[in-house]
Write a protein that binds this ligand. Structure first.
Ligand code: T3D
Length: 261
């Protein structure tokens, strides 16, 4: 599929999706929302893709909804419907993709761009990155899953503070708050993310996908239900090639060769 607002580059089991409207800090217009949804759908269907990296071209990760488009679309538009057809579908595509998504957060992630960053499974941030719940600056509430994900990640008080102040949270503060997994020098971001992605793509990716499903589901369950769900998914993982290979490799004192099945 040909994309115009994003880049879609895959090699060795790793797919890199690059939001590509750098002159607007990768603000989402309608085309970019729909193309990003399509890219994640394509990634889900392609067995060669075992890990996805999401990043931004230029100095921003994404500045959220394109405010120019906001102005152009007029007042009669339904924002609720726009969310349902756009960002909500994108976030659900990401969290239901049973492959790890690494957010390579190269710069500012604002508004819906912050929500999309939060929907990644792992966030590696450049020391130039920042996170901003910009919504209240334009009189809106956090969307794109931010009201759900942010309090879970950093607690209600900090999440609410980010929402009502709309101030930038620096990469170092994001690390201290548990919003990112690692902060790295900007010049080394690509190299360090590539190493992460290679490691994940060569891992037991069926188990990684089932782990993602189990953890997402568990957040809406009690312990008893989560235990039962774990047992059900472990049955699937336990029948995989990668499980047998992992055990054999351990016993034979060699490196495992996982296939993702
Ligand atoms: O309908 C629905 O679905 C509702 C959903 C809403 C979801 C949302 O995302 S609402 C929040 C929208 N985003 C914002 O409010 C953020 C707006 N941007 C900013 O506040 C700042 O740009 C940043 C803090 C992110 C970065 O600041 P800075 O100083 O590093 O860069 P800049 O100079 O402001 O921006 C650089 C260029 O990108 C500039 O263009 P120019 O002047 O060089 O031609 C700027 O206009 C453009 N740009 C940045 N953000 C957006 C944008 N253009 C359109 N939309 C943007 N969101």
């Amino acid at each position: 599929m040909d994309y115009e607002t994003i880049r879609y580059d895959g090699t060795d089991g790793v797919l890199i999706i690059t939001l590509n409207r750098p002159d607007k800090l990768n603000a989402f217009n309608e085309q970019m929302i729909q193309e990003t949804i399509a890219a994640f759908k394509q990634a889900g269907r392609d067995d060669h893709v075992r890990c996805v990296v999401l990043t931004g071209a230029g100095r921003g990760f994404s500045s959220g909804q394109d405010l120019k488009g906001f102005e152009e679309r007029g007042e009669e538009v339904s924002i609720g419907e726009h969310l349902r057809q756009g960002y909500n579908r994108l976030i659900m595509r990401m969290v239901t993709l049973e492959k790890p998504i690494i957010g390579a957060i190269n710069g500012v992630a604002a508004g819906a761009g912050c929500g999309v960053a939060l929907a990644c499974d792992i966030r590696i941030a450049s020391d130039q990155a920042s996170f901003m719940q910009a919504f209240s600056k334009v009189g809106l509430i956090p969307d794109s899953g931010s009201t759900w994900m942010l309090p879970q990640l950093i607690g209600y008080a900090r999440a609410y503070e980010m929402a009502i102040t709309a101030e930038k949270v620096t990469a170092d503060k994001a690390l201290a708050w548990g919003l990112v997994n690692e902060v790295v020098p900007a010049a080394q971001l690509d190299e360090i993310v590539a190493a992460w992605a290679q490691r994940l793509a060569q891992g037991p990716t069926l188990a990684f996908g089932l782990t993602k499903r189990a953890m997402r589901r568990a957040s809406g369950m009690g312990l008893e239900e989560a235990l039962a769900y774990e047992a059900m998914l472990q049955e699937v993982a336990g029948r995989s090639h990668d499980h047998r290979e992992g055990v054999a490799a351990f016993l034979e004192k060699r490196a495992p060769e996982y296939r993702g099945d």
